[in-house]
Design a protein around this ligand. Structure first.
Ligand SMILES: [Fe+2]
Length: 314
């Protein structure tokens, strides 16, 4: 007997993003519902569930239906200690504040990151998370949206000769790329040295579930294309990054309290535009990430670790 899941998937842009209606994520999903969500995620890369009002327990229970939540050893100071899988961000000042900088200085010192801000979560790890599930607790009246871009569509949109060329390349992904250190003592540089993280990933990654080829670049971690000179690597990377985030491959989501976004962290990059703090009001968000695997290139070769934690270790 076919179970009727009553799940409706409403695409919100040409390539990327769909709203899923007809589900209460606080309740256990049936197998048919979970299968419908997974199929929609593979197709649309990021799913939006409006007005859910999950608590931490329900957020984790939903995540477990689709994988294994990770428990990062370092989380922001406002994360709930009793839920190791939940990471909470109370505003975007926090990261710079941790290293003794105000927001303006923190942004200024990251100004030279390529296409500052577009990233996949933990992309410098040897096994970046498979997915992230973010929920909004409170948001300002305007500002603080999130954008995603579809890396399968971006790859498919390249010309055939260029696809053939990039298929065989690999790139270094490193935490802290483009950061301009403070003169003298810099707490963030000390942090980077103590927690170095770098991997050599294929520039084109094969999705482990869909088999799609993904343009595995971002403006946050990718430093150089391996085997190329700087004069060759820099403009090629610049061009691929621009391709990865062309407007037709993106979607922009306006958060309301209670909303949940569930994205495939292998098939997308995302961006929080720098416009929070314009409107009053706190922006409190909670994230759960699902464990991922070591990426594999078109030639079947997995990524190579350079430095950082071993696969599965957080
Ligand atoms: Fe992120």
């Amino acid at each position: 007997m076919v179970e009727d899941s009553a799940v409706e998937v409403r695409p919100v842009a040409g390539y990327t993003g769909a709203e899923v209606v007809g589900l209460d994520l606080a309740k256990p999903l049936s197998d048919a519902e979970a299968a419908a969500v997974r199929a929609a995620l593979l197709r649309w890369k990021v799913l939006f569930f409006r007005g859910q009002h999950l608590d931490h327990e329900a957020h984790l229970a939903f995540a477990r239906r689709f994988g294994t939540p990770v428990a990062p050893s370092r989380r922001g100071s406002v994360s709930p200690p009793e839920f190791p899988g939940i990471e909470t961000t109370a505003d975007r000042l926090e990261l710079g504040g941790r290293y003794g900088m105000d927001r303006a200085e923190w942004l200024d010192r990251r100004r030279h990151t390529l296409l500052r801000g577009w990233h996949c979560d933990h992309g410098a790890r040897i096994d970046p998370p498979a997915a992230s599930i973010l929920r909004a607790e409170s948001v300002p009246a305007y500002g603080g949206d999130t954008c995603w871009s579809n890396l399968a569509a971006a790859y498919a949109g390249l010309s055939a000769p260029l696809r053939a060329f990039v298929d065989g390349l690999r790139a270094e992904h490193r935490l802290g790329v483009g950061y301009q250190p403070r003169p003298g003592d810099d707490a963030y540089v000390r942090h980077l040295l103590d927690h170095q993280q770098a991997s050599h990933h294929p520039l084109v990654r094969v999705h482990p579930e869909s088999g799609e080829r993904l343009l595995f670049v971002n403006g946050y971690y990718v430093e150089q294309i391996l085997g190329l000179s700087r004069a060759e690597s820099a403009p090629l990377l610049e061009m691929l990054l621009e391709q990865a985030v062309r407007p037709e491959y993106t979607v922009r989501f306006r958060w309301e309290p209670g909303d949940v976004a569930f994205w495939d962290n292998r098939a997308t990059v995302h961006l929080a535009p720098n416009d929070t703090g314009v409107a009053d009001g706190p922006r409190v968000m909670h994230r759960v990430m699902l464990a991922g695997e070591v990426p594999v290139g078109v030639d079947g070769r997995p990524s190579d670790p350079v430095t950082g934690t071993a696969p599965g270790r957080w």
